[in-house]
Structure formats: C-alpha cells, structure tokens
Design a protein around this ligand. Structure first.
Ligand SMILES: [Cu+2]
Length: 440
C-alpha cells in the first residue's frame, strides 16, 4: 500500500523532478523534511512517479537513496567481496556495497546529492565522480583535492547535479590495484527535459577486464596487457543476464569502460543503432550517425539507441576476438593445422589423458569440457538451442519478443519455419549451379 504521504511526495516529484520537486514539497508542510526535525523519506526511482525510465542493471542493482532535508542521500561502502563471474569461477574482488561494479547511482538533473563513502578496505581510498561537473574539492583525487579516506573513515561528497548523462565513479587512490580489483560503478543522471524520445528500456553495462590466472581467485593487478577475463557488469557469458525487450520498444544501452588498457568495440547483431551520447553529454541528432559497432574507449561512456523492431536472440558482444574468450585464450601455442596424432600417441604412453589442443581450431575445446584447474572456466561458452555457443567473456544476448508480459528471460527464440540456416540440399545446389568440388 502506498500511503497518502508517499503518494503526495511521488506526485510532487512526478510534476517537477529534481530540485523543483523539493520546492513543491513545501506545499505539504507535514511532509517536508525540516532542518530542526529532519525526516527521512524512502523514495526510490519509479518510472511512473518520476517521469523517466529507471535504468535496468543486468546482474546488478541501483543504489538506494533517501530524501533528507531536500537532498538525495546515498551511502557507498568500499569493501572486499566475492563475485561469481559465471558458474565455476568465484573471484575475490573489491567493490561497493557487496558488488562489483558498485550499484548504479541514479539521479535527476538538478538533484542535490549527498554521497557518503565508508572505507572498509585494508588500505586508503577516495572516490572520483567521472565526468560530473562539480566543485573542485568534491572531485575525489586523493592528494590533489582531498585527503585520502583511511580505513574506517567515512567521507561526505556533496554537490548539485548540473547535467544529464551517463557518468561513472571510481577511486583516485592506488588506481591500478583498486580498479583492477573491481572498484568502479556507473552514475546515471536523467535529464529533466529529455533531448530525444523517452526510451522504454534503459540498460546500464560496465565493461571491465581482469587478470585471473586459472586456478586462482584473486585478480593480478600488476599485469599490463595479459587480461584474460573480460566482463559485462562483472559477469562472463553464460553468467551475463540477457537484455529482454518487447518488440517495438525504444531501447537505450549505456556502456561504460573503466578497464586498464583495452577499448571495446561492442557489436550488436541484427540492428542499426545510433550513438546518442558520450560522458560529455547528449549528441545533437544532426551529429549522430548509424552504426552496428560502438567503440567504448577506456575512461569513457557511450549511449546507443534503437527501436527493437526485429524479433530474435541477437548477439551483443565485444568484437575483439580475445574478449569473447576466457582464461585459456592466451599463451597457447598455435597448433592450427598441425597433425598431432603421432605426437599424441607418444605422449600418451607417459600421460594417458594427453591430447593436443587447437589443431582443428579451438571451438570444440569448450564443448569437450576439458578439465581445467579449480576455479577456472576454460574458454567457457554455454549450450545454445542448436549446439554449443563457444563465445564467453564480454558477450550477452538481446532477446526481442512480441507478446511477452514480463522481462523474465523468455528462453530461446522460436524461429518461424524456413528462416534458419540449414545444410544445403543437393537438389538446391544443382539448381543454383554450385559446385562444391570433391569431398575432402
Ligand atoms: Cu573488448
């Protein structure tokens, strides 16, 4: 049940949004938080009440907030945690409020925010608001604009949001280690007056890279290039939740990249989309151009938008081929085309289970379920509706369906008859004059 008081506050927020909403609240004297008698209101983002479409965070959450004395109050706790990237791989990370990436901070242009940051790490930290326009002393660069937040301390960041956009947060203390351990999050500020049509689905995905050697559970934050786990919201496929959309809906996907060195060209199958914003703000419609792949550089965000008019299970993934592989994708000898049977027979006299890997390509290795070290996911993919999907890593699926009533995973797409690629029939080959030559 929504109380009358909550309903009043919600309608006030719906009418105006942001700071203006706080002024409107003054009309309801008994409900107004006052300095001498501070009241706390638990109001969460709500698409109907607030006039914007709340972000959807696959495999994640948004950060709860309270309305206190006219400010939105948030609390982030920096702490160690464990995250299951996919069944079989549990990683000892650092993050916020039990999660990496941290919960998405969601607010509205014009909001006054107070963000408390408690440090429960074994070392100092700080928190920088990437792309947010704010007073210099709130910028979170330890040493330069503030003292570091020592273990056990809680710092307060306070500023008014003067922009809309897809922004981020991360430490500016021991960056290589802390970000390599997973300390990062998205900061979404909805526009008070949207620049384009309102979207129906608004997804937020943080792209990250990790170095986790097979058989270990802690990221190695000293590497420069050897990242072997590439994640979306700190999950690898099949751990990544699908993006479920009703046919015809307008979709936005907000992508952020706080990895160490790699840029990610994120590719969507079956669609043309437009790149509508960066962390520098909305791109005027006249400057947008159609794409099928959006490059998300390190330290940047990109928003893409499209109308989901084509049903199906559409792959949505990084186009760097190593980024849809996991763990064992690196440091292997190139065995493609090597006739290994003779070598295998000899080695098997000493090691009965030995088998050369990759001599006919690597796609089958995941499917064979080759045993790996504990806590590892060699080249993991997952069973698909036709056969094994041998991509893992930075891979998820856009599922567009007609007639669904919820955003639960609808299962695999059922293709209309005659619309699936199939082995070519001999009669068809003859009719079309295709000569495939002798059998190999
Ligand atoms: Cu990538």
């Amino acid at each position: 049940m929504v109380s009358r008081r909550d309903a009043l506050i919600r309608s006030a927020v719906a009418i105006a949004g942001g700071v203006a909403a706080i002024r409107n609240l003054d009309a309801y004297a008994e409900d107004v938080p006052r300095k001498d008698n501070p009241k706390v209101s638990e109001i969460q983002p709500d698409g109907v009440a607030t006039g914007y479409t709340p972000v959807v965070v696959p495999n994640g959450t948004t950060l709860p907030w309270k309305l206190v004395d006219g400010a939105k109050v948030f609390h982030l706790v920096a702490e160690p945690l464990k995250r299951e990237f996919a069944p079989g791989l549990v990683v000892e990370c650092w993050g916020y409020n039990g999660s990496t990436p941290g919960p998405v901070i969601e607010a509205v242009e014009g909001d006054h925010v107070r963000i408390y940051v408690t440090n429960k790490l074994p070392e100092a930290t700080s928190l920088h608001w990437h792309g947010v326009l704010l007073p210099n002393g709130m910028d979170g660069v330890s040493g330069l604009t503030q003292k570091q937040i020592e273990p056990g301390e809680t710092y307060l960041y306070e500023f008014t949001l003067r922009q809309a956009g897809t922004l981020m947060y991360h430490p500016h203390f021991d960056e290589m280690l802390q970000m390599g351990m997973g300390m990062m999050g998205m900061f979404v500020i909805h526009a008070r007056t949207p620049a384009g049509p309102r979207v129906d689905r608004d997804f937020s995905i943080m792209l990250s890279e990790w170095a986790i050697k097979p058989g270990t559970s802690k990221p190695d934050t000293t590497v420069m290039n050897d990242f072997n786990i590439l994640t979306m919201n700190s999950k690898v496929f099949p751990g990544t939740a699908p993006l479920v959309v009703k046919k015809g809906e307008r979709v936005r996907v907000r992508l952020g990249n706080l990895g160490a060195t790699d840029h990610h060209p994120i590719h969507l199958h079956g669609y043309q989309f437009r790149i509508t914003a960066t962390d520098g703000g909305h791109i005027p419609e006249s400057a947008q151009w159609p794409e099928t792949t959006v490059l998300v550089p390190v330290g940047s965000t990109r928003d893409i938008e499209f109308i989901a008019d084509a049903q199906g299970d559409w792959a949505f993934h990084c186009h760097m081929t190593h980024h849809v592989m996991n763990q064992m994708g690196h440091e292997l000898p190139n065995m493609l085309g090597v006739k290994a049977a003779g070598v295998d027979r000899k080695v098997q006299q000493l090691l009965p289970e030995y088998m050369t890997m990759g001599d006919t390509g690597m796609g089958d290795m995941a499917e064979m379920g080759m045993p790996g070290p504990a806590n590892s996911i060699p080249m993991r993919g997952a069973d698909g509706p036709f056969s094994y999907i041998d991509m893992g890593g930075m891979f998820t699926i856009l599922k567009v369906r007609e007639g669904i009533t919820s955003y639960e995973d609808p299962g695999w797409y059922k293709h209309p008859t005659g619309t699936v690629a199939r082995p070519a029939e001999a009669s068809r080959l003859r009719t079309d004059g295709i000569n495939v030559g002798r059998k190999t």
